[in-house]
Design a protein around this ligand. Sequence first.
Ligand SMILES: Nc1ncnc2c1ncn2[C@@H]1O[C@H](COP(=O)(O)OP(=O)(O)O)[C@@H](O)[C@H]1O
Ligand SMILES: [Mg+2]
Length: 412
Amino acid sequence: MSINNNALSTYRLLKATAEVAEKSLEGRIQHYRAHLKSEEKELRTYTQKAAADLLGCNNRTLKRRHDNGDFDDLNIKRGANGHYAYTLVNIFAMADIMDIKPDHRAEDDKLQVIVINSLKGGCGKTTSMVNIAAALATTNIKRYRIGIIDLDPQGSSSSFFPSSEHDPITVGDLMRDCIDLDEGETWPEFVSNSFLPTHIPNIRVLPSGMDDFYFEHETATLLKDTSNYEQTRHYHKLLEKVIDPVKDEFDIILIDTAPTLNFMFYNALMASTAMLIPVHPEAVDFDANNKYLKRLGEIYHTVAALGHNGWDFMQFLVTNYVKGNHSQRDIVKDVRSAFGRQVMSYPINHSSAITASSSSFNTIFDQKASDSLASRESLMRAQENIKDVVDELEMLIRSNWQSTQSSLNTPK
Ligand SMILES: Nc1ncnc2c1ncn2[C@@H]1O[C@H](COP(=O)(O)OP(=O)(O)O)[C@@H](O)[C@H]1O
Ligand SMILES: [Mg+2]
């Protein structure tokens, strides 16, 4: 096959562009790393008051525990001002010492696999997801075991939870049948080790990589030669190869997706127990969202026919909402009148704190107010806003966990 000259020069141009793009990307990552105090990302530390708040006790109780030597083994460091600077790892260890039990799901309660999807790019999927995950993990003492799967090969949610591994195993690697196990190694162990620890102690991430795009191509090729679904199970890869082997290690798995209805997306649907659909309240975005919803039903039909068990909840989440903007307010009204109780009570508001932290791949819960590029007020407001959203999400999640439900009987 011969390539014509014009195509060849386009190809050369693209190769040159790719090199520039790669250098630029590397530069961005280095620039961002230079902002971090150490090579590995660190989570903010907490004051004694903040630690006491998380532990549900008062300062004096903590002080007494310190005086008794209860926390001596934890080697809690002090900040420049001489006061304790607690890490979240310290606080969780203190909770164990104080006999405050983690509030996980029981074995029989269903693992929650929540997919965040919309066909609209830039509607706030990644931003909302990473901030929700961070809030679920750091603003209470329940110590939920949270897994994040980045199904977007462009990998922006992985960037918020960078791992120290230079070349981590990606979700696509696990789905694409391209792993050779070492002798004695089991698949569940391998998958478990691929969910990497992050700077937040109870969040582990399974990153994406650009090669994950090949999953689409390889699946299409495979399908050309096979007629029987049982031979390929190409919509079950994420569930059967990635999630089932580690399902006992997590309470909640959050899956970020790319804005495409590709094979990866069908896999996300097949693995999902719930769906969160961000809606950015701009007219064009809302129209695009409605078109997407028409398609989603058809697509879900395929997944249902192949054995999916249905969702525990499907919620719309209004994102990046500019308070006081009349046209956005009207659209939110339309969203609410169309979808009623399926819309989360609180929108995620547009926030300069979110913009500022996202620009350095931080969630608004990673940094102390003094390190944030936004004002303290703006950071606090954004944190309260996300906590309101997460409180409702937590309720939806926990309503599927029988063991966490109150056993209060209604009087006869
Ligand atoms: N609540 C918010 N406040 C401020 N900026 C936001 C907010 N939500 C999203 N953004 C910004 O909008 C852009 C797109 O968001 P992103 O989460 O990457 O969308 P998606 O993942 O759907 O493509 C990003 O620049 C992000 O920082
Ligand atoms: Mg995204």
